[in-house]
Design a protein around this ligand. Structure first.
Ligand code: PMP
Length: 438
């Protein structure tokens, strides 16, 4: 069968069929499979600035940006040059490098309450390590997370997670033991009463609360004003830690991540990924020295990695952070505002009920009649997701690549110049009509 939107002889379709024979679902990360929007995923061969090109040679304006890392645009010449220069000196040493210290210093300088940083290779490792560290430090077993928040795919964190699990309508994952699942308390987002009640009931056993700095894996659902600060207060009152997950928001929504927009409170551990690796596999966790020194080799909580602090990834991350100046964040904000309001206007012109959800320069849309902005996973799940499917494919056919699920944020880059933005705007009227007709 030919999938939606694919023609006979389509190179992507051939690639997808070939991939499906040797890779589960033909993809190495589930959301790439277009399960929620249908059709044939595009197999990509190159990307530059705001554009990405598929195996068929079709160019798209990209609003996925590798799911966040590419704030400067794809293949920024200075980042590529830094990686090439580093590669010529060796790909991996399995030993410390001066550049790792430089990257740690650059991160710590942006969030002054952090004193030490450990580099890992993925966001999953960063959050997994943060909760092990929280449990090791407090000597307590339980973890609080919020429904619809995604923190990577480690066992404790898959309960009612967003991202690909929202897309596939999975409540969790097979292969996670009940004993492990029972150690994670899942609460509704933006519900401080629920947090307080959980602490009143289980306080002495709760090691930490983990929260996305602004939820962006169920679509964008920002925290209520003061929510993150109140989480810190409640956790600390009961002797627990607050783990702020900035894997997606860190160094993307501001120089100091979402905390930089929010401030006024002090999380105990912060996790980073995506932008901090500049598009290479690198992530990190940071905290005050007393806590971070609980990690091996100074402390009893074990964590390690053959490729941790990989020189190429460090070069990409450090160069990206160095180039991410005020002008970059200003441009990200302008593009986010221009694109999100243009999408909203196009949908309104066709009578498609929706709301724009924003957290800094991250945005997404919920479809349907919402009297107020949805604040929880339960609310966003009631939306008319089929309208996004129609919008997504109309945009893709017109040469604009959106995230292949309504439960994901849209990602702009500072390389989205007026020409790229115009191409998005031109595609919108027809795509909004398709959403209306769905
Ligand atoms: N935390 C958050 C908030 C994320 O958005 C993600 C990935 N989208 C992760 C953790 C996991 O990161 P990774 O995919 O690099 O393991």
């Amino acid at each position: 069968a030919i999938a939606d939107g694919a023609a006979i002889g389509d190179v992507n379709l051939a690639q997808f069929e070939r991939a499906q024979r040797v890779i589960p679902g033909g993809v190495n990360s589930p959301v790439r499979a277009f399960r929620s929007v249908g059709g044939t995923p595009r197999f990509m061969v190159s990307a530059r600035g705001p554009y990405i090109t598929d195996a068929q040679g079709r160019e798209y304006v990209d609003l996925v940006a590798s799911w966040g890392p590419a704030i400067l645009g794809h293949a920024h010449p200075a980042v590529v040059e830094a990686v090439q220069r580093t590669a010529a000196n060796g790909l991996s040493f399995g030993a410390s490098t001066p550049a790792e210290t430089e990257l740690a210093e650059a991160v710590l300088a942006r969030l002054p309450f952090l004193e030490k940083l450990r580099l890992v290779s993925t966001g999953t490792e960063a959050t997994m390590t943060a909760i092990r560290l929280a449990r090791g430090f407090t000597g307590r077993p339980l973890l609080i997370k919020f429904a619809g928040h995604y923190h990577g795919h480690s066992d404790s964190l898959l309960a009612e997670a967003g991202s690909g699990l929202a897309t596939l309508s999975l409540p969790g994952s097979a292969g996670v033991t009940e004993a492990t699942a029972a150690q994670t308390l899942v609460l509704p987002y933006n519900d401080l009463d629920a947090v307080r009640a959980a602490f009143e009931q289980n306080g002495p056993d709760i090691a930490a609360v983990i929260t996305e700095a602004a939820a962006a894996n169920m679509g964008v659902v920002p925290p209520d004003e003061g929510f993150n600060a109140a989480l810190a207060d409640i956790a600390h009152e009961f002797g627990a830690l607050l783990i702020l997950d900035e894997v997606l928001t860190g160094f993307r929504v501001s120089e100091a991540g979402y905390w930089g927009l929010d401030r006024g409170y002090t999380p105990d551990l912060v996790t980073f990924g995506k932008v901090v690796g500049g598009g290479m596999p690198l992530a990190a966790l940071g905290g005050r020295a007393e806590l971070m020194d609980y990690l091996a080799p100074t402390g009893p909580v074990y964590q390690a990695g053959t490729l941790s602090g990989n020189p190429l990834a460090v070069a990409a991350g450090l160069t990206t952070l160095q180039l991410a100046d005020e002008a970059v964040y200003d441009r990200l904000d302008v593009v986010a505002e221009t694109v999100s309001s243009a999408v909203s206007n196009a949908l309104s012109a066709e009578g498609v009920a929706h709301r724009v959800q924003r957290a800094g320069n991250l945005f997404s849309f919920v479809f349907g009649d919402f009297a107020a902005a949805p604040r929880t996973y339960a609310e966003v799940q009631t939306q008319e997701a089929f309208r996004y499917r129609a919008l997504f494919h109309a945009m893709l056919d017109a040469g604009v690549s959106l995230p292949p699920s309504v439960f994901e944020a849209w990602f702009v880059t500072a390389a989205h110049d007026d020409a790229a933005v115009s191409r998005i705007l031109e595609a919108l009227p027809a795509a909004a009509r398709a959403a209306a007709a769905a």
